[in-house]
Every structure is written in C-alpha cells, then in structure tokens.
Design a protein around this ligand. Sequence first.
Ligand code: AVJ
Length: 300
Amino acid sequence: MEVLRGLGTQPKTLSPKYFYDAKGSELFDRITQLDEYYLTRTEMSLFDAHMKDIARHLGENVCLIEYGSGSSVKIRKLLEAVTPAAYVPVDISDEHLQENAKALHADFPNLSVLPVCADFTQLFALPDAVADMTKVGFFPGSSIGNFDPPGAEQFLQNVHATVGHGGAMLIGVDRKKSVAVLEQAYNDAQGVTAAFNLNSLVHINKELNANFDVGQFSHVARYNEDLGCIQMFLQSEVDQHVEIGGATIRFAKAECLHTENSYKYHPEEFLELAAGAGFAEVTHWSDPQDWFTLYLLQGN
Ligand code: AVJ
C-alpha cells in the first residue's frame, strides 16, 4: 500500500493527496480566505485586473482544459470573459466532475462541458469533439508547486503533448519572496493550515483503519532555502507507535513526517523549466509586489 511505502522511507512521507477528503477540501477553502495566505487573493486580483487582456490573448474558439477542477471561482471568471468553444475539466474524482459540470451548466447553459475523469499527472486522451480546436491548458493556484522541479517539467511536457504546437497554457505560479511572508502563509494565526495538515491523519485513520493519535502530532511549516520550497511536516510530540493496515510504525519523539512541498519560482527559473517542456512565454501578469505571476505560455 502506498501509505505504508511512504511511512517506510527515511524521512517518512505522506502524499499531499491525503489532505483532500471532504473536511480537508473545506479547510483548504478556508486557507484561501486567510489574510496570511496571499496566493489565492493575489491571483484573483490578477484575473480581475487583466481579464480583458487575458481573453484577448487566448482568442476565440478555444478549448479550455482545466487540470484539477477544484477552482470553480477562477474558472467562472475565465469562462465569462473567454466564452470557449469547449471546457474540459480533468479530475481524478468523478463525483467532483459531475457536480461541477452540473453547476456550470446551470450558469453557462451554452457552454459545452466535456469532463475527463483521469489522473492529470499522467497522459490522458481528449474527447474527439475538441480535435480541431486550439487547446489551452489552465492550471491556477500555484498547484505546480506540489511537484519537485523535474516533476513539474515532466507535467508541463505532458501538457505540451496534450495542447500541441500552437496550443497554450495559462498557469499561476507563486514566487520566491521574503521568508517571513512565505512562512506566515503556511503558519496562520488561526491554525487553519495546522488543522489542514493534521486532517490527513484523520483521513488515513478513517480510510485505512489506522490509529494515529492526532493530538500527539504538531504542524510544522518552514521554508527550505536550498530547495526553494515551503515544506510541511507533522512532528511527533512523543515516542509512539501507530497501527496501520496490519503494520506497526514507530515514531521517535520529534520525528517529522513530511506531508507537502510547495515550490516557489523566480520568473527566470520557471520559464527555463517551461522551455525544457517545449513552452515559450507569450506574456505574464504580476501583482505590484511581484508575489505571484500568471504566465501565458505557448507550445513550440
Ligand atoms: C494547493 C498546493 C497550491 O502549496 O500553497 C496551502 C496547498 N498547503 N496551505 C500550496 C497548501 C498548505 C497549496 N496548493
């Protein structure tokens, strides 16, 4: 089992996908509204300030492909301005896809929504109906930050294979900045991020019949200067044992279970990565503080 494999490595690791059960998705929504978590608000301000320009660059008759269909507010702004010929949300959860498609249909009755249920980190096939349209990938929220740089490049290569030559990618990327600002964004005063991080243990307890004592772990988030990413951990408060799937896992006191990386990129770093995947910059939009950038890339 994947979870056991991660708990068997040194340091122990858990995939960030375990954050997102129903409770975790609700906590993430709350994170996006926190004062400290500038990412969502800043990206939204870029959409609000530049939507006309974005729409003009994307042009008409495009097929918008959204990687992960969780960002309903952002996609709505884009759909209003761009009026694409088709919208293809790609998500691993069929339930999410169906719910979103239904809600969108109510508000955009003329929009052709063609959901694809797939793991977007792997290659997937597009519906035949979009074969002749110009394809534009959409990946907001700095979700790219969850991949390490080689993983991010591989992902962008897959996007390139999907949108092809003449296709495009609209992607939101968080930037390197003062460590204090970065660390605050992942250590909010209300403890919402801590609850989000700890919820992965609650999720695993339920889903895999484990017995993590959530009260005996604490949230840690710090910026790793060498790697250029925020790293989140769950630190064991005591020496303890956890049962999971018939196995017993020992945690030493102060041992850290690694739960997430969130990479931050200078524009030159990100564009070099994109170039490695066959994408060139068309243009970008940034906030006045240069905290977050929305890139429009074009497939070579
Ligand atoms: C959804 C991966 C972009 O890395 O900022 C927020 C997830 N983790 N607070 C991020 C997250 C802790 C978020 N991404």
